[in-house]
Design a protein. Structure first.
Length: 481
């Protein structure tokens, strides 16, 4: 959102620091996502920490799916908060429910209390998905926006790995107490950050916006003045050109409709790649597939590889571009899932697979690496780049609600799916999905690498200029004249 008018790299230090602090919320959410995998064995044991009777597979399936239902409810609530009561207020209100939910997990003595806690932390997680990309995109320079935009997935995966490392080697109580620290750390760090300059200017608070930009730009007046001019020009343009209800604004503009279609396509790609299901049931998948490593070791290896893959993507995304990463990610994911499915099919038919015990770990490791190259981190970044300030709230709300509905369906019914199709059938289904989505996205997704919103908007509306064509095929940084 903020144009890169700086040649002094020191100006970006505060922007990287801000992205780190904001994405502590993503780290906390990653811990939430990874939590079920290490605790399910104890919850299903005869010595369950929350009740007398072990939880069944049906009961534990709600631990992941209720997270999605909570997020579905939280998405419109936090969107409204972010746009009417500031980004800062949104951050505080997403941290507090998370703290409450972990206290409930620690004190839970029955399944309903645990279910309610997961619903609440899912509600809080919706705020994380809204706040992190929104706040970062509104304070970051154009040519590092992609890198900082991948931090959300990077920190989320780091949280997942952290939950695996702590959860598999500690008790239920100690693990849950450690998890409680994460949202508290976010709240403390977020308190010291300034408000988003875009939000402040939208509210007519020029002095406060200037002060915030001075912090983001390390006090350079020329850079601050140019950033304010750019933001004001963008906000004024969309106030003059958009009318009617928010939904009418979305559906009445060709570029916004196309952007919404792209967003929904990217979201379906995430969920039908199978990553949510495999992430929630990693230990159970290794239990069925067998392998050279133990379930806990295999799960940790997968998580660590996923983390470093997203770290690699953060360096590549503003160099290679979004579309090529999506294509490579989908094709590699499809190949890995096909190979894993073949192994599982042969094993299920009683065919000797001795000597190939390494296959489950290798296939799933390469699969999560492939997903982390594009399918995982790129969609939310693109979604934060293709909508105008005037319609971003409603468009993102529609997109994210769709995300949580799809995620709920995948997480809730994945156990039923592999019961009816077999795990190998699930792998082949997700593999076919990745292949199809890779080709579709290459055809319809716009490249947003190093481009201003005005340039992206022209292409979405079918008015791409010669300069935009050159930009979409190169690494040239576009600056509007």
């Amino acid at each position: 959102m903020i144009p890169d008018v700086s040649i002094k790299k020191g100006w970006r230090v505060n922007q990287f620091f801000t992205a780190f602090i904001v994405n502590l919320a993503a780290f906390a959410q990653g811990v939430v996502i990874g939590w079920p995998s290490p605790v399910m064995p104890s919850l299903q044991s005869s010595h369950s920490p929350i009740g007398i009777n072990p939880m069944t597979d049906e009961e534990t399936s709600w631990l992941g799916s209720l997270l999605c239902l909570g997020a579905l409810v939280g998405t419109p609530a936090f969107t409204h908060l972010a746009n009417h009561y500031s980004r800062k207020m949104t951050g505080y209100l997403l941290g507090v429910p998370s703290v409450i939910s972990w206290l409930m997990v620690i004190l839970a003595k029955s399944e309903p209390v645990l279910y309610l806690a997961r619903f609440i932390v899912g509600f809080s997680g919706a705020g994380n998905v809204i706040l992190c990309p929104l706040y970062v995109s509104e304070m970051a320079d154009d040519n590092i926006r992609g890198t900082l935009g991948t931090y959300m997935m990077l920190f989320t995966n780091a949280g997942v790995v952290f939950s695996y490392l702590v959860g598999f080697y500690s008790s239920y109580l100690i693990f849950s107490c450690v998890c409680l620290i994460m949202p508290v750390a976010f709240l403390v760090g977020f308190f010291f950050l300034p408000e988003s300059p875009v939000y402040l200017l939208k509210q007519g608070k020029y002095y406060e916006a200037e002060k915030a930009l001075y912090w983001f730009k390390n006090g350079d007046k020329e850079s601050v003045d140019m950033a304010i001019e750019e933001i004001v020009k963008s906000l004024k343009f969309y106030e003059e050109n958009l009318s009617g209800t928010p939904l009418r604004q979305v559906l009445g503009n060709r570029g916004t409709v196309r952007g919404l279609i792209i967003s929904l396509l990217l979201i379906l790609n995430i969920q039908l790649s199978g990553i949510s299901a495999f992430q929630a049931y990693t230990a159970q998948v290794f239990r069925e597939s067998g392998g050279a490593l133990s379930r806990s070791s295999s799960t940790i290896v997968i998580g660590v590889l996923q983390l470093f893959s997203v770290l690699t993507t953060s360096f590549l995304i503003d160099r290679a571009g979004r579309k090529i990463l999506l294509l490579i990610s989908n094709l590699l994911s499809s190949t890995c899932l096909c190979a894993f499915g073949i192994y599982l099919y042969l094993k299920s038919r009683g065919i000797e697979v001795t000597g190939y015990e390494w296959a489950p770990v290798v296939c799933l490791s390469l699969y999560v690496v492939a997903v982390s190259l594009g399918i995982g981190p790129v969609p939310l970044l693109i979604m934060s780049e293709i909508f105008s300030p005037g319609v971003r709230a409603i468009a993102m709300t529609i997109s994210l609600c769709f995300l949580w509905v799809a995620s709920f369906l995948v997480c809730k019914f994945f156990p039923d799916l592999y019961t009816s199709m077999g795990l190998f059938g699930c792998c082949w289904l997700f593999a076919g999905s990745c292949f199809v989505f890779g080709l579709l996205e290459w055809a319809v997704v716009v490249e947003t690498k190093n481009r201003s919103f005005e340039s992206i908007s022209r292409e979405l509306n079918g008015n791409k200029s010669k300069k935009d064509v050159i930009l979409s095929k190169s690494a040239i940084v576009y600056v509007d004249s």
